[in-house]
Write a protein that binds this ligand. Structure first.
Ligand SMILES: CC(C)(COP(=O)(O)OP(=O)(O)OC[C@H]1O[C@@H](n2cnc3c(N)ncnc32)[C@H](O)[C@@H]1OP(=O)(O)O)[C@@H](O)C(=O)NCCC(=O)NCCS
Length: 106
């Protein structure tokens, strides 16, 4: 039987399925702006590469989440898809969600 690939690696790091590794990250409000999400994302990419994944994506990033989009863009993730009005923001109502994607091989 073929060994199963991990479906999850350390907390807040990628859940890995198929060719792409999916990512999610968050930093406690009191700890933001100190590079934690950057470190988690870069660590996740290193793990994904070491496991043979070719690409990584954030499946669902609310378009209202300017901080996250700016950060993921800075780390090389490009917007490749948009789900119209997919997220019901508590203050802004329905906003689009983005798929952000990065090819990991250099
Ligand atoms: C988005 C988030 C993960 C950033 O975490 P962090 O540890 O503060 O981020 P870092 O310190 O590693 O990176 C800072 C960079 O993030 C971006 N950023 C962070 N806060 C920002 C803000 N309020 N507005 C714009 N950009 C912001 C900037 O690119 C910033 O770099 P700069 O200061 O050079 O411009 C954090 O705000 C968070 O946990 N938010 C709630 C959960 C969430 O939205 N997760 C992402 C789901 S896709």
């Amino acid at each position: 039987m073929t060994p199963r690939r991990p479906t999850a690696v350390p907390s807040r790091a990628p859940a890995c399925v198929g060719r792409d590794a999916g990512a999610s990250a968050g930093a406690r409000a009191s700890a933001r702006g100190r590079g934690l999400a950057t470190a988690m994302c870069e660590h996740s990419q290193a793990i994904a590469r070491s496991l043979g994944y070719k690409a990584m994506q954030f499946n669902f990033v609310a378009s209202s989440n300017e901080a996250a989009i700016k950060l993921w863009n800075k780390l090389g993730f490009a917007s490749v898809g948009r789900l119209p009005k997919a997220f019901n923001h508590p203050a802004r109502g329905y906003v689009d969600a983005l798929v952000l994607y990065k090819w990991l091989e250099t």
